[in-house]
Design a protein around this ligand. Structure first.
Ligand SMILES: Cc1cc2nc3c(=O)[nH]c(=O)nc-3n(C[C@H](O)[C@H](O)[C@H](O)COP(=O)(O)O)c2cc1C
Length: 375
């Protein structure tokens, strides 16, 4: 960075560069992080959801990762207001979302989701379906709270992810993101705390990654070779914030290498604060290590533009604006390739346009009231 270069042009220069993920060219480095909104009655994204995403694409977000959307398996979710990625009306709603995002100049991937043992009570259409997971254990350690999946269950769920990915390509999405983070189904297999299986899907990190790798491979086989498959993962889990999949880079490589080999095109490494080093002895964050270990493009996330992490937002707390110089430094060093932004983009649909134009003084602090509206 030249000393005389104004901050605004530096942000524009670094964030405006296009980036390739497999066959997709994303016009800039800014992604919208997936955020569950529960504004889709009967699982159908309506016109308000269409304009919510369209507005953000038109205001400079290069890649929208949609809120988590349930795959077509009876135990995938528990709310009838979370959008589904199966069913005629649901997919017709999503097709309009993709169209609006493209009209705004952005690209879009759905985040495909199965909540596994997080399921507690259900609403229609599958109110009575059981919670399922690798060992019937909840993330908080409760045993016997659901069904340990049989081979048939595994095959059904893998098939549901593949079908959803095929639908995404068919109705005009630019790729898919698989939700392998935060203690939901795929992560329940990855994490030893919830995976106590003694068959081929449990044991060491490579065995625990087998289910995730099979989901990736099935998706990869169903979509075109150039269609991007992004995999989101995290160390932390809902209800277990200090949980870790890997204590060392070597352990992390054991988890990620089978996924990369199965066909992941980019990783989305979910952290709550992007500036926190992941392992001792290096400044690299989780996305940085992911890129270094796999050679794949990586997306970082966590408190971008805000001082105060998102779980506090659920407790009703706001967060003041924070500068992004350190983020730009890391991007400039190619530590990672893209930056996903959550709450700042919920608060302000214009966040990306303002940052790209260097209008930093117009950025807004996060107010938890933004969680309750779809503006
Ligand atoms: C309201 C809300 C809903 C979220 N829903 C999801 C989700 O569906 N899938 C997911 O992977 N992460 C979800 N997250 C996490 C975000 O994608 C993101 O990682 C987190 O908010 C940190 O980014 P931020 O600090 O920029 O907000 C959610 C976060 C919020 C605030």
């Amino acid at each position: 960075m030249s000393v005389t270069q104004p901050a605004s042009s530096r942000a524009a220069e670094i964030l405006s560069r296009p980036v390739s993920i497999n066959g997709l060219t994303v016009p800039n480095r800014i992604a919208m992080a997936p955020m569950t909104r529960m504004f889709s009655p009967d699982g159908i994204p309506g016109e308000d959801v269409v304009s919510y995403y369209g507005r953000r694409a038109a205001a400079g977000v290069g890649l929208i990762v949609t809120e988590g959307t349930y795959v077509g398996h009876e135990s995938a979710g528990q709310s009838d207001r979370v959008p589904r990625f199966h069913g005629e009306e649901q997919l017709a709603g999503w097709a309009k979302v993709a169209e609006a995002v493209h009209a705004g100049g952005g690209t879009i991937v759905p985040q495909l989701w199965h909540i596994g043992m997080v399921r507690k009570q259900g609403e229609p259409p599958f109110a009575d379906a059981p919670a399922v997971g690798p060992s019937g254990i909840r993330v908080d350690g409760t045993e016997g709270a659901g069904k340990a999946m049989t081979q048939r269950d595994l095959d059904d769920v893998i098939g549901a992810f593949a079908e959803a990915a095929a639908a995404a390509e068919r109705i005009g999405f630019d790729g898919v993101e698989l939700h392998g983070a935060h203690g939901y189904l795929i992560d329940q297999f990855l994490w030893a705390g919830t995976n106590r299986r003694t068959d081929a899907y449990g044991g060491d990190p490579v065995a625990r990654a087998k289910f995730a790798a099979e989901v990736v491979a099935a998706v990869r086989e169903t979509v075109s070779a150039e269609f991007p498959v992004i995999f989101r993962y995290s160390q932390w889990k809902q209800e277990a914030y200090d949980a870790r999949l890997a204590e060392t880079p070597e352990e992390l490589e054991a988890v990620l290498a089978p996924l990369a080999a199965a066909g992941v095109d980019a990783f989305h490494a979910s952290t709550r604060r992007y500036w926190v080093p992941e392992f001792d002895g290096s400044d690299l964050n989780l996305a940085g290590w992911t890129k270094k270990l796999t050679g794949k493009p990586a997306i970082t996330v966590g408190s971008v533009g805000l001082d105060g992490e998102f779980l506090r937002g659920f407790a009703g707390e706001g967060a003041p604006v924070k500068g992004i110089d350190d983020l730009l430094d890391r991007l400039e060093r190619d530590e990672f390739d893209m930056v996903a932004v959550g709450r700042a983009l919920l608060q302000d649909p214009e966040w990306a346009a303002k940052v790209l134009a260097g209008r930093f003084d117009e950025l807004k602090p996060f107010d938890a009231a933004a969680l309750r509206s779809l503006s």
